[in-house]
Ligand binder design. Structure first.
Ligand code: FAD
Length: 285
């Protein structure tokens, strides 16, 4: 973990672009409430090849120009053309955006043409070639190995390749097993990967959603945790309280081990993230 301990521990937040007017108004309140934890930036997800892309741009523009916080748009390259990426980069540069979360994304079902970029590493190389150091580039990392990687060594190999194209920092897929992160960092160190790798933290608020989402993205919900969560049935208050304890402990253990901060998948809710963050002790405070 030595490579990670040299960084100041910072917080960042992730939102998805709301689908309805009501959601837009709610997110404004959530941003205000979560702003109290002083995040380094607020990122906004982007639907690969989907119809939600304009909503991402609108949400990014709101955060960047109407609040005191720095927005970091996610940008997925699967299905995109070089021209469409350049257009988006121009729009973001004009808004004053300084950081992008650069991703491959997943081809939506039914869509066959991957476009001009095959992997996130192609996108990173392209942005660096076309825009130099205009943007700080965040990339995705997978302590429990990306579902399409044949094994964890191959996953690390392609992760290193992506980092070598010019990534500044990485955010992990969420996980509930501290050891998977520590082991991943050790493997990265052995492979000569040297950049902040910030754990992604998913608060637990709903059993069914968590299980469905985790199956889709290859994040493991340990058996003991599944059993306990399932046992709460319809008692959502108890589930949330238990989930909060579990994720607070996970987060504190990561900070104590020297993680370079935490990135919260807020799911556009303020209370779960706020309650966890307010219970944590950071090395630099
Ligand atoms: P890559 O780094 O390109 O890796 C994809 C797979 O290809 C891996 O298995 C890797 O090992 C393999 N690989 C990489 N390079 C090569 C190569 N040259 N040859 C052979 N194999 C290779 N999805 C969205 O749609 N929108 C979002 O906003 C979004 N935000 C995310 C934020 C975070 C922090 C994370 C962790 C994930 C996010 N995702 C998002 C999900 C992500 O798009 C998927 O996990 C996707 O399957 C992989 O994207 P990637 O950028 O990690 O891809």
């Amino acid at each position: 973990m030595q490579s990670q301990q040299k960084y100041e521990q910072k917080l960042s937040l992730e939102f998805f672009p709301p689908r309805t007017e009501k959601g837009v108004e709610k997110l404004k309140t959530v941003i205000e409430e979560l702003g109290t934890i002083n995040p380094e930036y607020m990122s906004v997800t982007y639907g690969a090849g989907g119809t939600t892309q304009n909503r991402t741009i609108e949400t990014v523009e709101y955060i960047q120009t109407q609040t005191a916080f720095d927005a970091a748009p996610h940008l997925t390259c699967i299905g995109a053309s070089e021209e469409s990426v350049l257009e988006l980069l121009d729009r973001y540069e004009a808004m004053g955006i300084k950081r992008i979360v650069a991703l491959r994304g997943d081809l939506p079902s039914g869509m066959m043409d991957p476009g001009e970029f095959k992997y996130a590493s192609d996108l990173i190389a392209f942005i660096r070639q076309e825009r130099g150091d205009t943007f700080k580039l965040e990339v995705a990392a997978y302590p429990e190995t990306h579902p399409q990687a044949r094994n964890c060594d191959i996953g690390i190999k392609w992760f290193k390749h992506k980092v070598d194209q010019g990534a500044d920092s990485a955010i992990t897929q969420y996980f509930y097993n501290v050891d998977s992160y520590l082991y991943f960092i050790d493997n990265c160190e052995r492979s000569g990967i040297d950049l902040p790798i910030v754990p992604g933290i998913m608060p637990i608020t709903n059993y069914e959603n968590l299980i469905r989402f985790s199956e889709g993205c290859g994040a493991e919900v340990p058996r003991w945790l599944k059993c306990r969560l399932e046992s709460f049935g319809d008692d959502t208050d108890s589930l949330k309280a238990f989930g909060e304890d579990v994720v607070t402990e996970l987060s504190q253990r990561l900070l104590d081990a020297g993680a370079p901060g935490l990135h919260f998948y807020s799911m556009n809710q303020s209370a779960p993230t706020l309650n966890i963050v307010n219970a944590l002790t950071f090395k630099n405070t």
